[in-house]
Design a protein around this ligand. Structure first.
Ligand SMILES: Cc1cc2nc3c(=O)[nH]c(=O)nc-3n(C[C@H](O)[C@H](O)[C@H](O)COP(=O)(O)O)c2cc1C
Length: 191
């Protein structure tokens, strides 16, 4: 398997086809998250799946979806809204290790999504209090992230750039979203 090629291909998807993802699919997507790194193997993360269209719409209305300018205004419009979501919570006030655990779980899901032809992205900007109450989470749980999930309706492509290059996300000529990634040599240091 060309694993590096796979990693280069993985992209955040912020536009979705209006097609429901079956329960089985969402369960299969989450399963690899249960095998992810976890501080002291605490496994403190909990996953809250939302696939009901009305509930999904509530999350859409109470989150800020998409922050990358795509030449069409940036935010994910209703006609591309995600059909399902997975909220990731932990016990109590989340610390750095909780976010690290959530990141590891998310990455496993992101890899799995490629095999399943699903797209996803991490939503950071959402109203925790409102969504927690709407989903009826236990008081002691805190939502750290909401993952939007659906069939991709866009095909963003990563490009390797030098720091001096213009950091432009949208190719207005070819009409596709570019995701600029600094070349490895600019990120690493030898000591
Ligand atoms: C902790 C975290 C929070 C993020 N929050 C958002 C968000 O609120 N909205 C969004 O559109 N993308 C969000 N993203 C996705 C990043 O914008 C995305 O990973 C980045 O632009 C690089 O694109 P790529 O995932 O295709 O490599 C988040 C990513 C991470 C790791």
């Amino acid at each position: 398997m060309d694993f590096l090629g796979l990693m280069k291909k993985r992209r955040s998807i912020r536009k979705f086809k209006q097609e429901a993802i079956p329960k089985e699919g969402l369960l299969n997507l989450i399963e690899p998250a249960c095998f992810a790194h976890s501080l002291c193997n605490r496994q403190s993360l909990r996953f809250w799946i939302v696939m009901d269209p009305q509930r999904a719409d509530f999350i859409y209305q109470h989150s800020s979806l998409g922050s990358v300018s795509d030449g069409e205004g940036g935010l994910t419009t209703e006609k591309f809204a995600p059909p399902s979501y997975i909220a990731i919570s932990t016990l109590g006030e989340p610390g750095n290790a909780d976010f690290a655990d959530a990141g590891a779980a998310f990455q496993n899901m992101a890899i799995m999504s490629m095999e399943m032809n699903l797209g996803l992205f991490w939503i950071h900007a959402f109203s925790e209090k409102i969504i927690k109450s709407f989903l009826n989470l236990p008081e002691e749980q805190t939502i750290m992230a909401i993952i939007a999930v659906g069939r991709p309706a866009e095909n963003p492509v990563a490009i390797n750039i030098d720091p001096t290059e213009v950091n432009q996300f949208f190719d207005s000529k070819e009409k596709f979203q570019k995701v600029p990634k600094l070349k490895t040599k600019y990120l690493i240091n030898w000591r």
